[in-house]
Structure formats: C-alpha cells, structure tokens
Design a protein around this ligand. Structure first.
Ligand SMILES: Cc1cc2nc3c(=O)[nH]c(=O)nc-3n(C[C@H](O)[C@H](O)[C@H](O)COP(=O)(O)O)c2cc1C
Length: 189
C-alpha cells in the first residue's frame, strides 16, 4: 500500500481486537524511529515512551485499580474489575508521555504536548504500515497523579496517551470519514 492510501485508510483497532504478536525487534525499532521523525519545535524531544508487556500489564491493572479506589472510594466491583482488566486487552501498551518544560520561552507546553501526540500518532501509523494495529486511549488514568507516580513520572509530565498495540485479530471495517471541505476555508485577507 502506498503512503497516501495508508494515511487515508488508517483506522484505530480497539484493544479487544488486538492479539499477539505485538511489534518487537527490528519492527519495533523502526516504529520508534518513525516516532523520532516528529516535528519538534526547538528540538526539545519532549516525548518519552514507556513499554508495558506481559506480566507488567497485570501490574499496571493493579495501578489502575489503586488509582480508581483513591479517586472513588465507593467504586463498585464491576468498575474495579474493568480497571484491572484494562491493560490486559492487548499484548502491548506504549505510554506516550510529554516531559513538559515550562521554562522554554518560545516553545510553550501545548507545543510540547502536540509534538508528543504527533509522535504517538507516528507510532500508530508506522505500526499499521507493518501490519500491526493500534489505538490511542487516555481516560481518567492519563490524568491521575497516582498513575503517573507509579510509572515513575513527575506530576508535571503529561500522559498524552496509552497506545495499545498488537496484531488485528479481524479487519476493522472502513470508516466513513468527514468531508474535508467542511473543515476547510480560505483566508484572503
Ligand atoms: C490523545 C487521544 C486520546 C484518546 N483517548 C480516547 C479514549 O480515552 N477513549 C476513546 O474511546 N477514544 C479515544 N481516542 C480516540 C481513538 O484513539 C480513535 O481515534 C477513535 O476510536 C476513532 O477511531 P479512528 O481513529 O479509527 O477514527 C483518543 C484519541 C487521541 C488522539
């Protein structure tokens, strides 16, 4: 598939449709190389990526459960089990983190977060180009200080997304996409 077709046909694959194998070895190295080719104002390299696989996914589930119980001490068993199982749905999670430096005068935090988001998107696109699938998800865990601490992050770090990766166990049907013209205008001064 050529680059244009690959970009136009990109679809996210829900975690429950992501099976083994996750990208590894040279495939994973190339996917991460694509992430490093992200536009980056000031060459700050604000992004960090944390891979979570195998047994560590269950430990992340425990972290999500602890965080939920702190956010909502009255959470019911169903909600707790949902958090416990959340990371188990796909073989690999890559946490995309923006290490925000708010002291850089000409590169405000939003630009650093945007660059990290683009880097995460490059992971998704590169994974798809190699026959893998993925999806960017956030949810309350991405904003949770306890989750950040458990991952060894600072409070000022932003979890831009949990990128779930694996091999699609079935093809995701083509999606109807918005007409670009609806979002396009020309400014002529
Ligand atoms: C930064 C970011 C965070 C996201 N977080 C969520 C999320 O928590 N839950 C969700 O259902 N979709 C989330 N999405 C949207 C999905 O990644 C995906 O785009 C959506 O399911 C539509 O699928 P598509 O990408 O094939 O159009 C997020 C997207 C981005 C860019």
């Amino acid at each position: 598939m050529d680059t244009m077709q690959s970009l136009i046909s990109r679809v996210s694959v829900p975690p429950r449709l992501l099976g083994d194998p996750a990208p590894s070895g040279a495939d994973f190295d190339e996917i991460m190389a694509a992430a490093m080719s992200t536009p980056d104002h000031g060459a700050l390299t604000p992004w960090r990526f944390i891979t979570i696989e195998g047994e560590a996914r269950a430990k992340l589930g425990d972290v999500f459960v602890d965080a939920l119980k702190k956010r909502d001490p009255g959470a019911d068993e169903a909600a707790i089990e949902k958090e416990r199982n959340r990371p188990m749905r796909s073989p690999m999670i890559v946490v995309a983190v923006a290490k925000i430096d708010d002291t850089v005068a000409n590169v405000p935090p939003i630009e650093q977060a945007v660059a990290t988001g683009i880097a995460a998107y490059n992971v998704i696109v590169a994974a798809q180009a190699k026959g893998f699938g993925g999806i960017m998800l956030t949810g309350k865990n991405a904003q949770d200080s306890n989750v950040k601490a458990a991952l060894g992050l600072d409070e000022t770090d932003e979890i831009v997304s949990f990128v779930y990766l694996g091999t699609p166990i079935k093809q995701v049907s083509d999606k109807r996409r918005p007409e670009a013209s609806q979002f396009l205008s020309e400014w002529t001064g």
